[in-house]
Design a protein around this ligand. Structure first.
Ligand SMILES: CC(=O)N[C@H]1[C@@H](OP(=O)(O)OP(=O)(O)OC[C@H]2O[C@@H](n3ccc(=O)[nH]c3=O)[C@H](O)[C@@H]2O)O[C@H](CO)[C@@H](O)[C@@H]1O[C@H](C)C(=O)N[C@@H](C)C(=O)N[C@H](CCC(=O)O)C(=O)O
Ligand SMILES: Nc1ncnc2c1ncn2[C@@H]1O[C@H](COP(=O)(O)OP(=O)(O)OP(=O)(O)O)[C@@H](O)[C@H]1O
Ligand SMILES: N[C@H](CCC[C@H](N)C(=O)O)C(=O)O
Ligand SMILES: [Mg+2]
Length: 492
């Protein structure tokens, strides 16, 4: 394994935090905000979080060998820690900048995407366009880090700043020149992306999500807008899906920062969608691409995938890919795993899709995309995650009832909550829905209902490989549950 780099504390803090000469000379071998991950020679950043205040763990960090502490100006340490203490107005910002100095390399052409839905899809599409244009592309987000040599699972959409900068440095060292990353609102709000050097940033859309974390929609939008207002530099490119209600507000923020605005979609001025002709699992897009007419057969279903593909193409062009090459690459796109992915067909002639819709707008778009492929009934199986925005539960119940013919409410990741209470909140807005808590059984039941021309959408968990119940992750895959149910049906 590669040894960690070593850096003097004075170089890490740069001019941001002045240090006495003996403190500046201390050699740091790693950074972390988690006392449990401290190794000898590390700097420990004591951050105030949602659940705990990191200063509580400072003594433990020092015991494990931390040689310096970073904390807030107003943090009170219980005792003299015996190592240099660096104080910053906002230690999360300082930590991200330290991480950017400690891990200095980044892919030259780095792009990021934010929005309520579509980030993972846009990031993986951008990576595929980079690869088609002959560059080793990578993507970082909900499905982990995907590099030319393989994929690694990651638990957060936007990794913490130390992991993010370490990953970017590693990718750059291993020859990745083009990469796309997902910027979640939590990540932006918690300064996980500060210090990344972007050539372009994309915005997909804004809908309801994370109202447990953000007090208002304005606060949620403002967190997302940090990407354009603070992280994307002046003169860089903002690629905006013009078809949503927030597009103009995003464009105004970008223009105020002298960024080049490339709008895409039916109302787009850079890449305009002239027409979209959907067929079973693909769609022909006629486009005006910076004044030139182009046509491409996108091998993905759903109007929203066309929107995502155009945002990805806009980002790729901003990163230097020729427009014609970027659009041509759309003809070979593969969807992100578990995003409106067709996973099977029953002997009776029903089709089964797995989708990651776990918020109202996403569920609405996913079911709307499946309706044209449905000659019989549209059936949906879904739930809602525990310890997350509870307000979205009835909204999802309402969407499912309106869009589907048969609604089965089941468990998603209940986490610490009572799963029956989560289901009840959904069912309150889904009259006539069937309740089957056990997700495997709900999927089996739905599969057994399928007749010729029916379509089943198993929504909410997409690529996930486990179900989180009371802190324990039980192996679970919607893909496997569907395949098993189909196989059992064949055997029966
Ligand atoms: C609510 C939230 O975003 N929490 C994230 C945040 O934790 P926090 O700072 O609030 O942590 P805390 O538990 O209060 O602890 C405070 C500090 O004490 C430290 N600590 C804690 C315990 C200990 O023994 N020693 C120790 O040093 C913690 O490392 C932390 O620095 O910062 C941590 C480090 O970056 C994250 O791991 C953690 O993500 C939690 C696990 C999480 O579930 N986050 C989700 C909601 C999230 O971020 N999701 C977004 C969006 C998903 C989407 O696309 O919709 C994502 O980007 O994944
Ligand atoms: N542009 C879009 N507009 C509306 N819904 C979309 C769009 N793109 C994707 N979706 C829906 O959202 C689901 C998740 O898509 P994707 O993973 O690309 O988004 P995301 O923003 O990364 O989500 P998350 O924040 O959960 O990681 C899809 O399975 C689909 O149901
Ligand atoms: N990144 C999202 C994923 C939610 C996935 C869904 N299956 C759930 O558990 O709610 C989150 O952590 O809120
Ligand atoms: Mg994602």
């Amino acid at each position: 394994m590669r040894r960690n780099p070593v850096m003097r504390l004075g170089d890490l803090a740069s001019t941001e935090i002045p240090l006495a000469p003996d403190a500046a000379a201390v050699e740091i071998t790693g950074l972390t905000a988690d006392s449990r991950a401290v190794q000898p020679g590390f700097l420990f950043a004591a951050l105030k979080g949602v659940a705990a205040d990191g200063v509580r763990f400072a003594p433990e960090a020092v015991k494990r060998g931390a040689l310096a502490l970073l904390c807030a100006t107003d943090s009170s340490l219980a005792e003299d820690p015996g190592v240099p203490v660096l104080r910053a107005e906002d230690p999360r910002i300082a930590l991200a900048h330290f991480a950017a100095r400690f891990y200095p390399r980044q892919p030259e052409k780095l792009v990021a995407v934010t929005g309520t839905a579509g980030k993972t899809s846009v990031a993986v599409f951008a990576r595929q366009i980079f690869a088609a244009a002959g560059f080793g592309g990578a993507s970082i987000g909900t499905i982990g880090v995907v590099a030319p040599w393989g994929a690694e699972y990651g638990s957060l959409t936007t990794p913490d700043p130390v992991e993010l900068h370490a990953t970017l440095d590693r990718l750059a060292r291993e020859g990745v020149t083009h990469a796309a990353l997902e910027a979640s609102s939590h990540g932006l709000d918690q300064h996980r992306l500060d210090g990344v050097r972007l050539v372009a940033a994309g915005f997909t859309n804004l809908g309801r999500d994370h109202m447990d974390y953000h007090p208002t929609v304005e606060d949620y939008f403002a967190a997302k807008m940090r990407l354009f207002a603070e992280i994307l530099p002046e003169g860089a490119t903002a690629v905006i899906d013009a078809d949503g209600p927030y597009a103009e507000s995003v464009a105004t923020i970008a223009r105020d920062r002298q960024q080049q605005v490339v709008s895409v979609g039916a109302a787009g001025e850079g890449i305009r969608l002239i027409s979209m002709t959907p067929a079973d699992l693909h769609q022909v897009l006629k486009l005006d691409v910076f004044g030139e007419s182009m046509e491409v057969d996108l091998p993905l279903a759903g109007g929203f995938q066309a929107s995502n593909a155009l945002v990805a193409a806009g980002l790729a062009v901003a990163a230097g890919i020729a427009p014609a090459a970027a659009i041509a690459a759309l003809a070979d796109l593969e969807g992100a795993p578990g995003r409106l992915e067709k996973v099977g067909i029953t002997p009776s002639g029903g089709a089964v899709f797995v989708d990651y819709a776990h918020k109202p707008d996403a569920l609405d778009h996913a079911l709307a995309a499946l309706r044209p492929m449905t000659r019989g009934r549209l059936i949906v199986v879904f739930g809602a995650g525990g310890d997350r925005d509870a307000g979205k539960r009835p909204l999802m119940g309402e969407v499912a009832s309106r869009r589907a013919d048969v609604v089965i409410v089941t468990d998603d990741n209940p986490r610490s909550e009572d799963p029956a209470a989560i289901r009840a909140a959904i069912l309150a807005a889904a009259p006539g829905a069937i309740e089957i808590g056990d997700r495997r059984r709900a999927i089996a039941e739905a599969v057994s209902m399928l007749r010729e021309g029916d379509v089943l959408c198993v929504a909410g968990k997409g690529h996930e490989a486990g179900q989180i119940v009371k802190g324990v992750v039980h192996p679970f895959s919607d893909h496997e549950a569907v395949s098993d149910a189909i196989a059992r049906g064949v055997a029966a």
